[in-house]
Write a protein that binds this ligand. Structure first.
Ligand SMILES: [Fe+2]
Ligand SMILES: [Fe+2]
Length: 261
């Protein structure tokens, strides 16, 4: 049995702080830790310091999302694939996009070594145009050597995430959503053995609008004009999902939420 912990979108300095404090303990309850880092650098992308501190805290694989390219450090990080086990979105239409959209790891468990493939997909509903994520993962799953497959589905619409999970039920161990920054209470294992939660929730400032200080978003909605969005300060929350996997299927799934005092 392989125990995987997945931590949702790390957002800005408050997210990096709570990740650094809490991930070592979470990692002790798991054999492998996946952390979505798409908002780690001030809300947009990931820089080298953020990647280094996540790995030092126990992350084994870092995933991204629609903000993958926002911080220029990502090009250097993706170019150093031995040091930085990063998975960027798979379903990009540019065949020359830097980095990889999936990676296979040999995970040490209590009883031996198990194979795990991590995939990052982007949704297309209410988001920028990318290639079809359903087709992209179908093509990838034609490979026979992936072991258990864990999908980080980075998407806005719960309908698109639910549909993907049903489409993949029994063929992957988990479909866990990211991007909305709000955890959903639909944690379950589908009949074929795929763990699903529409959104893991994020890891960042608790008193915020999905990470931003509340003034900017409130003014934007109130006035219908653009306003500056800054990273909110203060106490942070961390949201994660634990998945237990046996022979490529989920046998347990548990939602986890921590809020700083
Ligand atoms: Fe995000
Ligand atoms: Fe996102």
């Amino acid at each position: 049995m392989m125990r995987v912990v997945f931590v949702g979108d790390v957002f800005g300095q408050p997210g990096r702080r709570v990740l650094g404090a809490q991930l070592p303990g979470l990692r002790q309850r798991a054999d492998f830790a996946i952390v979505n880092m798409e908002n780690a650098a001030g809300g947009f992308g990931v820089h080298r310091d953020a990647a280094d501190s996540a790995l030092a805290a126990g992350a084994d694989c870092l995933t991204l999302g629609n903000h993958a390219w926002h911080h220029k450090d990502i090009y250097a990080l993706l170019g150093d694939e031995l040091k930085y086990p990063i998975v960027r979105p798979l379903n990009l239409s540019d065949p020359g996009a830097p980095g990889v959209g999936w990676r296979t790891f040999d995970v040490k468990t209590a009883t031996g070594t198990e194979r795990l493939t991590v995939v990052n997909l982007l949704g297309r509903v209410f988001m920028e145009a990318v290639a079809n994520p359903f087709r992209a993962i179908d093509d990838l799953l034609e490979r026979g050597d992936l072991g258990a497959v864990f999908v980080d589905m980075h998407a806005e619409a719960t309908s698109e995430k639910q549909a993907l999970a049903w489409h993949l039920d029994g063929r992957v161990a988990a479909v866990i959503g990211t991007h909305t920054h709000v955890p959903t209470a639909d944690t379950r294992i589908l009949p074929g053995g795929t763990a699903f939660q529409a959104d893991a929730g994020f890891t960042g400032p608790h008193d915020s609008v999905i990470g931003s200080e509340v003034g900017g978003p409130v003014q934007k909605f109130l006035t219908e004009r653009p306003h500056r969005f800054g990273v909110a300060a203060g106490r942070a929350e961390l949201n994660a999902v634990f998945v237990q996997i046996e022979a490529g299927k989920a046998v347990g799934v548990e939602r986890y939420r921590y809020v700083e005092e």
